[in-house]
Design a protein. Sequence first.
Length: 335
Amino acid sequence: MSHPYVNCYEVAPELGDIYGCSVHSKYACFASSEGSLLTFPFSQIEPPYTALKSEVANSGIHAISTSQTSKYCACVTFDGNVVVFDLQTGSEVVLKSVQTVKSPWSVKIADEILFVASLDADIVSIDIQKDEIVSKIRKSDAACLSIDTAFNRTEVPNVVETKDKKPEVKQTEPVDESKNESNRPIMLLTAHSSNRVRITDVNTERVLYTLPTHVSNVRKAVFSDSQTLACVVGDKSAALYVVRGAQYLGSLVHDAVVYDCAFNSDDSKLATVDSSGTLRVYDVATLQVIFKQQVSDLPLFCVSFVQPFTPAIQGAAGGVVLSGADGVIRWFREA
């Protein structure tokens, strides 16, 4: 097996377990069991690991999302609060007039639009298209998505409520994708603890597709950056799909519970982490493992691809960032 990644740097910030990471063009953010949010500017991902630490909650943080502009980071705490930070200043953004979502569990922030999903409504994970999402949503007339009565959508920071074997594919209605770009749906991907995975049009609230999951105990579902592909993870498996038509591509069998997955920027690779402390990177075209390494004796909870490091940091290679129950943040660069 080839080894296209090498361990570049490790840092142990002593924040407890790291439950989530979110990486975009300027920042890498990590959420801890002790309630801290650690933010690394990419220009400083090298010793001495200069980072901004924000105290969010005493109860710990279990879900985070950063905006595509790298301006905001949204967190969901174990005591049921949703907190948003301005990454440039490290200050909390005060959310006014936010409709309360009972038992918030998953969060997604796209530029200045915040989505919150409720565990009470059986939803364990959400992801959303990133292309042109803000301009399209602001033309919408819906303020709150009624998918399982679980969602709240609001603007940040002003919080102006703008009513703004292959199995058979289950599809609620035919989707006309021959329409021009301005009429194409903005897709929301939801994973449910009942093992349903749905793709819904944000503006019309219509379920476009229900994915055949092929995964037990679904934990997370994510879009690729291009929204061409989707991945669903759960107990010892990750399933891949083509979004249009919800076409099932195949399953990636693991030896342990899969906690997280991430696509690279051109959809050619998929990374997964699991309860055995193992990082795997797959070639999406062949569904073959191209890199596998057990990096910890404890579970790994989060993984993300990063864009190329600055030239000063061992060349301009991209890489993978991951962390988990040992609290160590690891950066692997492309060899």
